[in-house]
Design a protein around this ligand. Structure first.
Ligand code: PGA
Length: 241
C-alpha cells in the first residue's frame, strides 16, 4: 500500500485527479469505479478542468458507481444518479450508455444486484476504483459487520451513516434507510484502488485503517488484502499517523 500525504483537500484532489487522468490517457477505454460524497468532488472538478483545458477524452471511458440509495429516482437531487450527472458526467461529453449506477428503484432489487454484478463482469472488471471512507470505516455502503465475501447487495444504512448524510437532506427522516452497494468482494476485484481521505473527522478512521487489524468490524481494513491500493490523505486526516 502506498500512502500519499497532502497538505489539504485541494492538493489531495489534484493528486487523485492527476493519477486518474494518467490512467485514462494510457487506457482510453478504461473502466473507472466511481464514488459519491464530499470527498471525490474536488477530484471530479479536476477531471472536468482537465477535460476542458487538455481535451482528455471520455468517449470510450466506462464508469460503474459503487452505490445508490433505494427509493430515490434518478431525478431526485439526493440520488447518486443526480450527483454524478451534476458533478461530473454532464461536463465530460461521456455517453450515458457507458455510465452505470445501481438502480435503487428497480422493481426487483435482488435481480438488480445480480444484473449489476454481471455488468461489471461483462465490462471486464473495474480497472481503477475511487473510494472514500466513512467515519465507521464503511466503503461504498458496506457497513461494519458486512462479510468480506459480499457481492452487490442491499444494505440497511447504519444510523451514524444516515446522520452523516443528513447534511444533504432537509431532515434525517428523509434520508433513505436502505441502499444498494457493490459488495466488499466486488470492490476487492478492482485491479487498482484509490482511497481518498480528507479532514479531521476522518482522522480516527485513517488511524484504524493504518494500524488496526483486518476485521469485518471495520470494512475498509479489507483493502489491506489488496495489492494495488494508493491512499491519498490530507494533513488533517493524517492527524494521528
Ligand atoms: P464523504 O463520504 O466523502 O461525503 O465524507 C464518504 C463515505 O461515506 O464513504
Amino acid at each position: 500500500m502506498k500512502l500519499i500525504r497532502t497538505e489539504d483537500y485541494t492538493e489531495m484532489s489534484l493528486e487523485a485527479g492527476k493519477i486518474i487522468v494518467e490512467k485514462i490517457r494510457s487506457n482510453p477505454a478504461i473502466t473507472l469505479g466511481m464514488a459519491t460524497g464530499s470527498t471525490p468532488k474536488g477530484t471530479y472538478d479536476y477531471l472536468i478542468h482537465d477535460h476542458k483545458s487538455n481535451g482528455t477524452s471520455y468517449r470510450e471511458v466506462k464508469t460503474v458507481n459503487l452505490d445508490e440509495y433505494i427509493g430515490l429516482p434518478a431525478e431526485d437531487s439526493n440520488s447518486y444518479h443526480y450527483f454524478m450527472r451534476e458533478n461530473l458526467f454532464q461536463h465530460l461529453e461521456i455517453s450515458e450508455d457507458l455510465t452505470h449506477i445501481p438502480n435503487g428503484t428497480a422493481p426487483d432489487l435482488k435481480l438488480e444486484c445480480q444484473r449489476y454484478e454481471q455488468l461489471i463482469k461483462d465490462l471486464g472488471g473495474v480497472d481503477l476504483q475511487i473510494l472514500g471512507i466513512g467515519q465507521n470505516g464503511h466503503i461504498g455502503f458496506n457497513e461494519p459487520g458486512t462479510p468480506f465475501s459480499s457481492r452487490t447487495h442491499i444494505v440497511t444504512l447504519a444510523q451514524d451513516t444516515r446522520e452523516a448524510n443528513s447534511r444533504f437532506f432537509n431532515s434525517i427522516n428523509e434520508v433513505p434507510t436502505h441502499a444498494i452497494t457493490m459488495g466488499i468482494a466486488t470492490i476487492l476485484e478492482s485491479k487498482e484502488i484509490l482511497l481518498l481521505i480528507s479532514g479531521e473527522n476522518k482522522a480516527e478512521a485513517l488511524l484504524k485503517f493504518m494500524n488496526g487489524e483486518i476485521s469485518e468490524d471495520f470494512p475498509a481494513s479489507a483493502l489491506k488484502n489488496h495489492h494495488q491500493v494508493t491512499v491519498i490523505a490530507d494533513r488533517a486526516a493524517c492527524k494521528f499517523i
